[in-house]
Design a protein around this ligand. Structure first.
Ligand SMILES: [Zn+2]
Length: 479
């Protein structure tokens, strides 16, 4: 009796699955028909709007900082498949708050610090050779329908209609159709070192016919809950030449986990080392019975390399504190690895609730050490000044008041070594023409050093380099 009931239930389940699969084909066909997808092999579209930099907000609860997009062009070849996106942005926020200027490029003299001067061009190439490249192509409205048709999609029974398929056996990509069977929304989750299984949402509206193909004239992308792109499309060319070519190095990064990193170190004075890994700097400070590390950038892999170097330089002392200068993702993606090791995370008090919240987010796509650990991370919010000392070695944390790069920005002062460690308040710009006026980020940083009456010889930059204080004073317009 029991067995036959199970068989009946199994039969019903199989029938239901079959209906779902057949239904998905019908739903996909109807959508492809309404959208004009079958005859579309490539599309080029252009427009203007805004781009926003993920993880570079002024404070952890603010949206990503905005840049104006004066020119946007995207070419997608669905047959190759490949995609090439080019955008030209200007920094028209006044005042420009938050980060996202990108690394300083000596060839163009751009980036490194906001405000960005003039126009800055960014190019993104994607192919299906990488996870993120694949998603970028298959999350376009027509790309979704083509990929869903080729990847055993399933459809929801109710309204609104949703269709899902699995990309690269790993990412569930889901589209919602509107009443006209047009793709109005595509979403998936990707790994992010900070946010874990991070939601990416593309919302398509204002559909208009271009040569028999329906294409949205308004595109909004959100990542981690806030917009990263808001585009008004002004021109669409279906099946127009030239097509996009695959480049060997195309596809962008894989994000999150990263590969193995190697760390190198050099002494910056008694019991203190500048530790470099993956192009970014951390500082190791030795106390009588423990260690302190300043900054855990990028991701888990980089932090593992820094911790290994710390153990090599000073065996048998635990890393008790990890100092986080600010909550921008390029400076915090490796914090979780230190938390998993049992280090207390020291950050400006404004950032404490943010870290406590994100430490609980699931990391199932690319599990890291903290997600595998049963440890509860300890975050300690620090105020305007916080001192770690054993009587001989001292590390001082000072809030940089009023800096427009980030509201929760700390500088770290090592009085014995007369070194200040700073993030994103000054960038060396070798070969670049100077700013027409000293940038607020640097002027404010230097004024904070003066306010605190710190005796500083050298300034160490988390993004690389160490300069005499006079160099920073000059850049701040104070000498
Ligand atoms: Zn920053």
């Amino acid at each position: 009796m029991r067995k036959s009931l199970s068989l009946v239930l199994l039969g019903a389940a199989l029938l239901a699955l079959d209906v779902r699969a057949q239904d998905a084909k019908g739903v996909l066909d109807a959508a492809a028909q309404a959208m004009g997808t079958a005859g579309l092999h490539s599309v080029q579209y252009s427009g203007t709007g805004s781009v926003f930099m993920l993880g570079q907000n002024f404070r952890p609860d603010a949206p990503w900082p905005r840049f104006k997009v004066v020119k946007y062009a995207n070419a997608v070849n669905y047959d190759t498949p490949a995609l090439r996106e080019e955008l030209v942005r200007v920094d028209d926020e006044n005042p420009a708050r938050g980060g996202g200027a990108g690394g300083f490029n000596p060839a163009t003299g751009q980036g490194g610090m906001r405000p960005i001067l003039g126009e800055q061009t960014q190019v993104r190439q994607a192919t299906t050779r990488t996870d993120l490249g694949t998603l970028q192509i298959w999350m376009t409205p027509h790309g979704f329908l083509k990929a869903a048709a080729a990847n055993n999609a399933t459809a929801s029974a109710g309204r609104p209609r949703t269709i899902s398929f699995k990309a690269r056996g790993k990412y569930t990509v889901t589209a919602t159709l509107n009443d006209q069977n047009l793709v109005e929304r595509v979403e998936t989750r990707v790994d992010n070192a900070m946010l874990g299984d991070m939601l990416i949402e593309d919302v398509y509206s204002g559909y208009t016919a271009f040569g028999g193909v329906q294409f949205p004239t308004h595109i909004v992308e959100r990542q981690g809950g806030n917009p990263t792109l808001d585009l008004t499309v002004s021109s669409v060319q279906p099946n127009g030449a030239p097509t996009v070519e695959i480049r060997e190095n195309a596809g962008g990064g894989e994000g999150g986990g990263g590969g193995a990193a190697r760390a190198e170190s050099k002494s910056i004075g008694e019991g203190a080392w500048d530790v470099t890994a993956a192009g970014l700097h951390s500082v190791l400070v030795e106390f009588s019975d423990h260690l302190v590390v300043v900054e855990a950038s990028s991701n888990d892999a980089r932090s593992q390399a820094v911790m290994a170097e710390a153990k090599r330089l000073v065996p048998n002392k635990p890393i008790r504190y990890l100092v986080n200068t600010h909550a921008h993702y390029d400076h915090s993606g490796g914090v979780r690895a230190f938390a998993a090791e049992g280090a207390t995370i020291l950050t400006y008090e404004l950032n404490k609730p943010f870290f406590e919240r994100i430490f609980k987010l699931p990391h199932t796509i690319n599990p890291d050490n903290l997600s595998r650990s049963s440890r509860t991370p300890v975050v300690e919010g620090v105020g305007e000044k916080y001192v770690l000392t054993d009587g001989r070695q001292t590390v001082e944390l000072h809030h940089i008041r009023g800096n427009l790069h980030n509201e929760g920005l700390l500088m770290v002062y090592l009085p014995r070594q007369k070194v200040v460690i700073q993030s994103d308040a000054f960038h060396p710009r070798p070969g670049a023409k100077p700013y027409p006026t000293p940038p607020q980020f640097t002027t404010n940083f230097y004024e904070n050093i003066q306010r605190l009456k710190l005796d500083v010889a050298q300034v160490l930059h988390i993004h690389g380099g160490m300069d005499p204080i006079a160099v920073v004073a000059r850049a701040a317009g104070k000498s």
